[in-house]
Design a protein around this ligand. Structure first.
Ligand code: IPE
Ligand code: IPE
Ligand code: MG
Length: 249
């Protein structure tokens, strides 16, 4: 299959290409409220949320943002009503199946972070297929956090490292940031420069706890199903006006 070449287009003139975040993470929140405001069932918000993510991915690609990480389902979201959880799992599966061809054409490399082994088998199959068929793509990196919990990720890393110490393969003094990062689900994916959360909640909700150490945070009242390029543009403007000091002066 031919891969469309990337033509960077339409970057709004008030944005500086050299100061764009390389990696944007989004907490896609507010789907349920969006639906409720319209007298619709919550699941309609999730359905629309998929289209919004698709458009943001395309926008990142058009404007030259290299990596997008989206929080789709947290380890805590299992506590929702069964019908909503079931709907989401089926939606993820359907979207992966439907969008795979386009992702290949658009040179998207898709990856997943989270405890994938606890997801329905049929979803795991679609995930494995999408990851395998896009692994050599280089246009844009899309990471979907599914059954993801930041605390669980850190615990899993600790456990894996502890086993290696127990087996004598590692010394406790060998454990540094670089080694720890290699044991996270996000190994090789890198830290986000900018975190966007929609729907006005001022919290992290167990997302990328380690990786977020120096992310710039942008929170908008806009609900995820209403998030659009204009809102993304505002987030990027805000990001470009900030001075990232990383603890220095
Ligand atoms: C985010 O929207 C999507 C998921 C967590 C899957 P919500 O479903 O949390 O919507 P609100 O926050 O209830 O409005
Ligand atoms: C965070 O949203 C998880 C996802 C967007 C997938 P939640 O709606 O689950 O977070 P809380 O409950 O408001 O903290
Ligand atoms: Mg929510």
């Amino acid at each position: 299959m031919t891969v469309k070449p990337i033509v960077l287009q339409d970057l709004p003139p008030d944005l500086k290409r050299e100061r764009l975040p390389k990696h944007v993470a989004v907490i896609m929140d507010g789907n349920g409220r969006w639906a409720k405001h319209r007298g619709l069932p919550r699941i309609m918000g999730h359905k629309r949320g998929v289209d919004v993510l698709k458009d943001l991915l395309r926008c990142c690609r058009d404007w030259g943002v290299a990596a997008l990480t989206a929080y789709a389902f947290s380890t805590e979201n299992w506590g929702r009503p069964l019908e909503e959880v079931d709907f989401l799992m089926t939606l993820f599966e359907r979207v992966l199946r439907k969008e795979l061809r386009e992702m290949i054409e658009e040179d998207v490399r898709i990856q997943f972070v989270g405890n994938l082994s606890a997801l329905p088998r049929s979803l795991q199959t679609e995930i494995a297929r999408a990851v395998a068929e896009t692994q050599h793509n280089r246009g844009i990196q899309l990471t979907v956090a599914t059954n993801y919990g930041g605390r669980q990720e850190i615990l899993d890393a600790c456990r894996a490292i502890a086993h290696q110490v127990q087996q004598g393969l590692l010394q406790p003094d060998d454990i540094d940031e670089a080694l720890f990062e290699r044991h996270l689900y996000t190994a090789g994916i890198g830290d986000p420069d900018l975190l966007i959360r929609t729907s006005g909640e001022m919290r992290i909700s167990n997302f990328l706890l380690w990786q977020m150490a120096y992310a710039e945070i942008y929170i908008t009242e806009t609900l995820w199903p209403d998030f659009d390029r204009a809102e993304f543009h505002r987030a990027l403007c805000s990001y470009q006006q900030r001075e990232r000091r990383f603890g220095k002066v």
